[in-house]
Write a protein that binds this ligand. Structure first.
Ligand SMILES: [Zn+2]
Length: 115
């Protein structure tokens, strides 16, 4: 379950931020997770409920997952489209050559603090 490894990285990164800014507790963490990543949001939430208790600054903090839709761009004609539709081919020119322009994100978007 690599979600747990990712979460440990997130927790450590937040640890650096709270230390630099003299923050005691975090209220919520917003993660951007692209649909084209292999990350399963349910596993993230499950892992978070265990992991967040192990860090003082994360105790009781909520994890909010912001899913970013996968968007592909046709290499041949430049059309943007959803890569999981039309069998992955460009709806405009039927090309199979494409690159993902969105959907591979995994990053901390926002850290909300206790009032
Ligand atoms: Zn095309």
């Amino acid at each position: 379950m690599h979600e747990l490894t990712l979460l440990v990285g997130v927790a450590q990164k937040i640890g650096e931020i709270v230390e630099e800014n003299n923050i005691d507790r975090v209220d919520a963490v917003v993660l951007e997770v692209g649909e084209a990543t292999a990350v399963v949001p349910e596993f993230l939430l499950d892992g978070w409920s265990v992991l967040s208790d192990e860090y003082d600054y994360l105790k009781g903090a909520e994890l909010i997952i912001d899913r970013i839709p996968a968007i592909a761009k046709c290499v041949d004609c430049g059309t943007h489209f959803a890569p999981d539709e039309n069998e992955g081919r460009c709806p405009a020119c039927d090309s199979r050559r494409r690159e993902l322009v969105s959907g591979t994100e995994f990053l901390i978007k926002e850290i909300r603090l206790m009032e």
